[in-house]
Design a protein around this ligand. Sequence first.
Ligand code: MN
Length: 254
Amino acid sequence: MRILLTNDDGINAPGLKVLEAIARGFSDDIWICAPAEEQSGAGHSLTLTRPVRLREHAPRRFSVSGTPTDAVTMALRKIMPGPPDCILSGVNRGANLGDDVTYSGTVAAALEGALAGIRSVALSQVYRSEGVGDAVSFEAAAQWGEAVLRPLLAMRFAPRTLVNVNFPPIAADAVRGIRVVRQGFHDYARGSLVEGTDPRGYRYYWFGLHGIEHTPGHATDLEAIADGFVAVTPLHLDLTHESSLARLGECYRR
Ligand code: MN
């Protein structure tokens, strides 16, 4: 089995090392292509206005100067001898729960794989508080990654779908199991805005993650994580709101 790994936190991200260790439990045919720098929050952006530079760090280990989507695109179009059997994106430093998924470079890299018809999984390790830097513990992901991925790597995904996995911010032996749940939603209107003045005297603004309201709801990814489970959520690319189609159509009918 040929596996492509990527990570929106960059080629040197601790979570990428965790993912590589998990993936090597399944295969020796591991390829890595990730952004050279952290690209968290890049979403599904594709670099179009600048050239993208490719760097080979070691055999089958590359970085690109662009986004997570650029990294997957370069791997599929340039680097790999043939399409991988699956793409694993992560393990991200931080949650990709609820409507985080549209901002997420981690989920977008898996989404790009799904668009290419490749079975793709996004993996993220939730942590409790900001300001912890590289001290985020990937323990739950490291210990539960194989159990989560084994069934996924043995099954066929529906076309244009991907699977989003989040590991709870607790010790591995405190994790209560794996739940398959739907996507929940945050209240982003409450997100914080940090303001300050830089060393040269200019004002700056920094979007924060504090104060975001969580709405766990019933059987959502947010609820599963709050309850101490690994959350597994199938996602699809079609954002059409089915029940509004007919009502909106009526608006334009004469
Ligand atoms: Mn990230």
